[in-house]
Design a protein around this ligand. Sequence first.
Ligand code: JD8
Length: 246
Amino acid sequence: MQIDILTLFPQMFQSPFSTGLFQRAIDRKLVRVDIHDIRDYTHDKHRTVDDYPYGGGAGMVLKPEPIFEAVEVLKSEISTDGELPIILLTPQGRLFSQQIALELSKHSRLVLICGHYEGIDERVREHLVTDEISIGDYVLSGGELAAMVVVDAVVRLLPGVLGSEASPLDDSHTTGLLEYPQYTRPQVYRDWAVPEVLLSGNHAQIAEWRREQAISRTLKRRPELLDKANLCLQEKQLVERLKQPQ
Ligand code: JD8
């Protein structure tokens, strides 16, 4: 997969993509992430990327020309078979989810556009962008951190990025349940003991305990997730029992 990111703050992308899982995926050529400075696509002496809003009002608006030109250069560079998603990170976008990450991971190429502080000329949305994504209902100062969130969630789904032992299909939000509690040594820390069942060596019983914990935790913290989770009859009965007042 090749990911191109358009931004006014290329430096912001340095550390996340040169660390851990990302670095490994890039080194192994499973993904390529290219950061483009929108300012490089201006033509005037001052490298102007924004201007006053028509109709007046506070703040500035990102000009359309550098963004169109940057995307057009990217489009001309490659013969993408199939459509090229051009994604704008914006509070007005569809709410990002594991489902959307999975959908994006099927493309061979993605272009992400990040604004910062200001709004963006509406003609970019209307005539260039093919998808608008928001990572959540809170206000960020720009699209950069949102782009990193999207890229992180997508890249770990690419074949070969996770080690063989971890499967993205087991992830919480793919299974539809929150994760069960985990423990490591010491067996007793400050009087707090690890649940007995985990020391039993009885793998069937451990699996059952973990599934129960995942279900009761989900019911308590994110009950709306249970509606979409894949539960067997026995697990559905457990949910009903847990719902009864104790
Ligand atoms: C892009 C500028 C700043 C501040 C309007 C547009 C995503 N989930 C999310 N929250 N916020 C953003 C986001 C915010 C952005 C930009 C994404 C570009 N801003 C805001 C308030 C006034 N501008 C986001 N994805």
